[in-house]
Design a protein around this ligand. Structure first.
Ligand code: 8YV
Length: 321
């Protein structure tokens, strides 16, 4: 019996493609570029499964054009690129890759927050530019993180992992905002307190954005929200571009309405708003929060596990429909 055909939409680890080959007839792109949708549709003809990342747009148009498709398995936790309802309506199974990246992503969020507060990028640029001639009492002084108030916007798995680092490792007070309050059993060990969004903005010394992208989350943090923050505060975004209004953020950073920012995700990435590139007080990284070797491998393996399950009549580990 011939094996089901699957398409791998981005270059991944060769040994993980080999694992797919044990079960499937595999076609892969060798490219690191996202495929334009017409090319993706062309390559998906006759394929039952798709191994995808967070960038391939899976919508009604693609689904109509790819009638053989039965399963879309993402190696990412974010799935705002997939119209899950449209997939469900056509009997296409969808999975994402939560949990395996939680701690790694939280590590990175914390690193960005620390780097923003303590001006790490700015300090390195200063040194590399040969500007370090003597020690000053206030040379590149920044904000403390330990003992300060951590504000978490989006207290899901990754938000809670960041809150744990803050509360247990850095003695921070934790406040958070979610649409609904979390159970006492989650809040109590972290000493976490639910607050309204305006309170979160006003009280946080270090605000971190970790909520999933949805159209309602577009520009959830814009000029009006930034104006509520302390001028000594920092803002870190490791969620998705578009949740923060990057132009308004650059403006706040330039005008001194906010001390610093740490950004791993951008509106329209990989393009970065030119005004952000001009700001000294922002740490910028190219969407690498989950990028440790073990975690990126675990994310790929989870997508493969799900593809195998979906196309052999099994139970996907992390199904979205
Ligand atoms: C990915 C992420 O690296 O999992 C997610 O949702 O944002 C990251 O882990 C990114 O989506 C790559 O496209």
């Amino acid at each position: 019996m011939s094996k089901p055909a699957v398409f791998v939409a981005r270059r991944i680890f060769p040994d993980i493609v080999d694992r797919l080959r044990e079960h499937f007839d595999v076609e892969e792109t060798e490219s690191d570029q996202p495929l334009p949708q017409p090319e993706l549709i062309r390559r998906l003809q006759g394929k039952a499964g798709l191994f995808a990342t967070g960038t391939e747009r899976i919508d009604t148009f693609l689904l109509e054009a790819c009638p053989a498709l039965q399963a879309v398995c993402l190696m990412t936790v974010g799935y705002n690129n997939v119209d899950v309802a449209a997939c469900t309506a056509r009997g296409v199974r969808v999975s994402n890759a939560p949990d395996v990246l939680t701690e790694t992503t939280a590590d990175f969020g914390f690193a960005l927050m620390l780097a923003a507060a303590r001006r790490v990028s700015e300090a390195e640029a200063y040194l590399r530019a040969g500007r370090w001639k003597e020690w000053h009492v206030d040379l590149l002084v920044g904000a403390d993180v330990h003992g300060r108030t951590l504000g978490v916007l989006g207290m899901g798995r990754i938000g809670q992992a960041i809150a744990r680092r803050g509360a247990l490792g850095f003695g921070m007070k934790v406040i958070y905002h979610n649409r609904s309050r979390l159970p006492e059993s989650v809040e109590a060990p972290l000493g976490a307190r639910w607050v309204s969004k305006p309170q979160l903005l006003a009280e946080a010394d270090h605000l971190i954005v970790v909520l999933p992208y949805s159209p309602e989350a577009q520009h959830l943090i814009a000029a009006r929200e930034l104006a509520l923050m302390k001028p000594t505060a920092t803002l870190t975004n490791i969620a998705r571009g578009g949740i923060v209004d990057d132009a308004a953020l650059a403006d706040a950073l330039q005008q001194g309405h906010l001390a610093a920012a740490g950004l791993d995700v951008f509106e329209g990435e990989p393009t970065v708003h030119p005004a952000l590139l001009e700001c000294r007080n922002v740490v910028l990284t190219p969407h690498i929060a989950s990028a440790s070797i073990p975690t990126r491998r675990a994310m790929c393996h989870l997508a493969v596990d799900n593809l195998i399950a979906a196309l052999t009549g099994g139970e996907m580990k992390t199904a979205l429909n």
